[in-house]
Ligand binder design. Structure first.
Ligand SMILES: *[C@@H]1O[C@H](CO)[C@@H](O)[C@H](O)[C@H]1NC(C)=O
Ligand SMILES: *[C@@H]1O[C@H](CO)[C@@H](O)[C@H](O)[C@H]1NC(C)=O
Ligand SMILES: *[C@@H]1O[C@H](CO)[C@@H](O)[C@H](O)[C@H]1NC(C)=O
Ligand SMILES: *[C@@H]1O[C@H](CO)[C@@H](O)[C@H](O)[C@H]1NC(C)=O
Ligand SMILES: *[C@@H]1O[C@H](CO)[C@@H](O)[C@H](O)[C@H]1NC(C)=O
Ligand SMILES: *[C@@H]1O[C@H](CO)[C@@H](O)[C@H](O)[C@H]1NC(C)=O
Ligand SMILES: *[C@@H]1O[C@H](CO)[C@@H](O)[C@H](O)[C@H]1NC(C)=O
Ligand SMILES: *[C@@H]1O[C@H](CO)[C@@H](O)[C@H](O)[C@H]1NC(C)=O
Ligand SMILES: *[C@@H]1O[C@H](CO)[C@@H](O)[C@H](O)[C@H]1NC(C)=O
Length: 649
């Protein structure tokens, strides 16, 4: 009895699964499918020699409507959809699978195909079949992104009059964009980014009046943005970034009344920003990137009309004039990047109204001081960069240190004088990044610095600090970047290496103590065990003693500059174990003896300089040592061999 009930449940479940799972295909399950479709699918399978998902292994027999990933029409029995995307969701757990092989052109024999999804399979090679536009007339959705397909997109693609979505991004397509694409009147998503398309964007693209998303970023497209771009009335996302586009931004862009995301950055665009020309235009625009172009003129004061703006980047252009005060009315703005322009005038008071603002970067402009006190109402500001303007602040503004969310402060080249202000030790939000480089700070590096336990970046370079490095620096477990170069700091460099002694999971990667008056502590290098430091510059100091053998624990070191010190004795063989080294600068010291043979193991070394030391003997023969110019070795006591003169027998 219980057994029968169980069977009944199982049968009902099976029926449910079959009905739900196969939808349109149900009528054809178990029957031989259309011979032409069968051949097309068999060819597709034959081209693929690796399928980590094992789906194709189960493609056998003649009832192809029954195969995993294949859907047939419920009355005609023809194959209408192929779903073999690389990303699979199994019991709610998504995972990546892969197919390797060749996209068979016989896929075009599946003439009733409406959806072809071979997206993200990583390893599919071959070309788009030249006849696909003629033979797959019913195609609505084509996903072939994330593969290794190459060659041009065939002109015939413009025949796919029912196509709604075309996703070919992240392949190796080349050639130019077929202008016939512009005839696909039903297209609403077109993603061809991260390929190698050259040529221009065909004018006919502006015929794609149903397009909602157009993404062509990361290609090699040159020429101008088509003048009629504004015809694409339902376009919500336009991404043409990271191409070689020239000319001006067409005026018609103001007609993109549905646009939400506009990315034209990293091109060679010039002229002025033409939008919006009146209130109400582009009123849905939330994300705008025009950075890294050659745009000039002023930031239009009409910017304030685009009240949906959340993130704006206009950095690295040639924009002039004042920051328009209308920007203060962008109530939902969270990120504003204006750095690297020629903006002048003062920071407008109205910016203080940007209550949602998280990030503000106005660095490298010609902004004058003083800073308006109104900025003290930026309750949510976390990161602020005002470096390299004409602010001439004289002192660090106390109200700035009192902003409740500010933790990343960049005020390089702001004309700040005096000592490092005490109030920085107790800011409402713990400081994570502090760049006060290129100011006129003097006095000592205070020992309270060790209480900034969230500190990740400290840049006090190019000031006039005169103390030692405080012992408390060894409390800074999260310190990653320490730049104190070009001050008048003295004493020992050991504390920096002691951070790694104190915390086995220290974060330090970049240390620049160059151009100071340090004389001691080199023997602490590598003392804390394996080190994560990638960049170490101790050059232009007064360091003595020899390089310790513990240097071999610097297992991440790419750049080591110890030049212009008074270091001596032999070059340790242990240095040869630092196989990550790319730049090694040891010139102008007092090293003696021979260059260790082991240096031939430094296969990544691109730059070497041991000139002006007391080295002798034969330069070990072979790569990379023989490849450096003779000036890498000049000014020593007795070095010989390639690239210098041969050694005397
Ligand atoms: C696909 O169609 C073409 C032209 O009709 C034909 O020559 C070819 O043999 C077909 N391929 C298969 C695998 O059926
Ligand atoms: C076939 O599919 C269509 C729509 O997909 C549906 O309306 C129709 O009822 C189905 N016919 C059968 C026999 O299942
Ligand atoms: C597409 O645009 C081209 C040139 O911009 C035009 O000549 C052609 O008539 C348009 N085609 C359609 C189908 O709208
Ligand atoms: C914007 O669209 C309107 C109406 O469709 C049209 O009259 C106008 O010329 C267009 N503006 C530009 C700059 O293309
Ligand atoms: C500000 O922008 C410039 C230029 O884009 C960039 O180099 C700098 O890192 C930015 N500052 C911060 C704090 O992110
Ligand atoms: C520190 O500041 C100087 C001057 O502003 C700059 O050149 C240097 O790159 C900065 N250091 C780091 C590690 O960012
Ligand atoms: C090390 O610092 C010196 C002086 O600050 C500088 O000139 C040199 O370029 C730096 N070395 C490297 C490899 O960055
Ligand atoms: C360093 O290299 C020497 C030989 O050149 C080798 O004997 C030694 O084990 C190496 N040390 C490490 C830590 O790899
Ligand atoms: C090495 O340093 C010396 C200065 O001691 C300099 O003249 C020479 O150009 C440098 N050579 C290379 C290859 O960096």
């Amino acid at each position: 009895m219980a057994g029968q009930l169980l069977w009944a449940v199982v049968i009902v479940l099976l029926i449910t699964i079959i009905t739900d799972g196969l939808g349109e295909g149900e009528a054809y399950v178990g029957e031989a499918c259309n011979p032409s479709d069968l051949k097309g699918l068999t060819s597709l399978k034959a081209g693929i020699h690796l399928d980590t998902s094992n789906r194709l292994a189960k493609w056998s027999g003649r009832s192809c409507c029954n195969w995993e990933g294949v859907l047939c029409h419920n009355t005609t029995g023809r194959v209408t959809e192929i779903h073999l995307a690389g990303f699979i969701s199994n019991d709610g757990l998504p995972f990546q699978t892969q197919m390797k092989g060749w996209l068979s052109p016989d896929i075009t024999n599946l003439s009733f195909l409406e959806v072809l999804d071979l997206g993200g399979l990583i390893g599919l090679t071959g070309r788009l079949p030249p006849l696909m536009g003629w033979r797959l007339q019913r195609l609505r959705k084509l996903y072939l992104f994330g593969n290794k397909l190459s060659g041009p997109v065939p002109e015939s693609i413009g025949k796919l009059s029912k196509l709604e979505e075309l996703h070919l991004h992240e392949n190796r397509f080349s050639g130019s964009l077929p202008s016939s694409l512009g005839y696909l009147n039903n297209l609403n998503q077109l993603q061809l980014h991260s390929n190698e398309f050259r040529g221009v964007i065909p004018d006919s693209f502006t015929n794609l009046t149903n397009l909602v998303q157009l993404d062509l970023h990361g290609n090699l497209l040159a020429g101008r943005i088509p003048d009629k771009i504004g015809q694409m009335q339902v376009l919500e996302k336009l991404d043409l970034s990271d191409n070689l586009l020239t000319g001006e931004i067409p005026l018609s862009i103001t007609n993109l009344s549905s646009i939400k995301e506009l990315y034209l950055d990293t091109n060679h665009l010039e002229g002025t920003i033409p939008f919006p020309s009146s209130s109400g235009q582009m009123s849905c625009l939330g994300f705008l990137r025009l950075n890294d172009n050659h745009l000039s003129g002023r930031i239009p004061s009409s910017f304030g009309y685009m009240t949906s703006l959340q993130r704006v980047s206009l950095s690295n252009n040639k924009l002039q004039g004042a920051i328009p005060s209308s920007i203060g009315s962008l109530a939902v703005l969270t990120e504003l990047y204006l750095s690297g322009n020629q903006l002048s005038g003062q920071v407008p008071k109205s910016l203080g109204q940007l209550s949602q603002l998280l990030l503000l970067n106005v660095s490298n402009n010609r902004i004058r001081g003083p800073l308006p006190k109104e900025l003290s109402s930026l309750q949510n500001l976390q990161r602020l960069d005002l470096s390299f303007n004409h602010l001439n602040l004289l002192s660090f503004p106390k109200w700035l240190a009192e902003l409740p969310s500010l933790s990343q402060i960049y005020l390089a080249g702001c004309g700040i004088q005096g000592e490092l202000p005490d109030f920085l030790r107790s800011t409402p939000s713990p400081i994570q990044e502090l760049d006060l480089s290129v100011n006129q700070l003097h006095g000592s590096i205070p020992s309270w610095l060790g209480s900034l336990t969230q500190l990740y970046l400290l840049n006090l370079s190019l000031n006039a600090f005169t103390s030692t490095i405080p012992n408390s620096i060894t409390n800074l477990q999260h310190l990653g970047v320490l730049d104190l170069h070009s001050n008048k700091l003295a004493g020992s460099v050991n504390k920096v290496f002691d951070i790694e002694n104190a915390f086995s999971d220290a974060s330090l990667t970049h240390v620049d103590l160059s151009d100071n008056l340090f004389s001691k502590g080199i023997e602490h290098i590598g003392k804390g065990g394996q080190s994560g430091i990638q960049y170490l510059n101790l050059s232009h100091n007064l360091l003595e003693a020899s390089i310790p053998t513990t240097i071999e624990r610097m297992v991440s070191l790419q750049t080591l500059d110890l030049s212009y010190n008074k270091l001596g004795s032999y070059l340790p063989e242990a240095l040869a174990n630092v196989s990550t080294l790319e730049k090694l600068k040891l010139q102008n010291n007092r090293f003696t003896g021979a260059i260790p043979k082991g240096f031939l193991k430094l296969r990544k070394l691109r730059e070497l300089n041991v000139s002006d030391n007391l080295l002798e003997g034969e330069i070990p023969t072979g790569k990379p040592l023989s490849n450096f110019p003779s000036s890498s070795y000049s000014g020593n006591k007795g070095l010989c061999g390639k690239p210098l003169a041969p050694c005397k027998a």
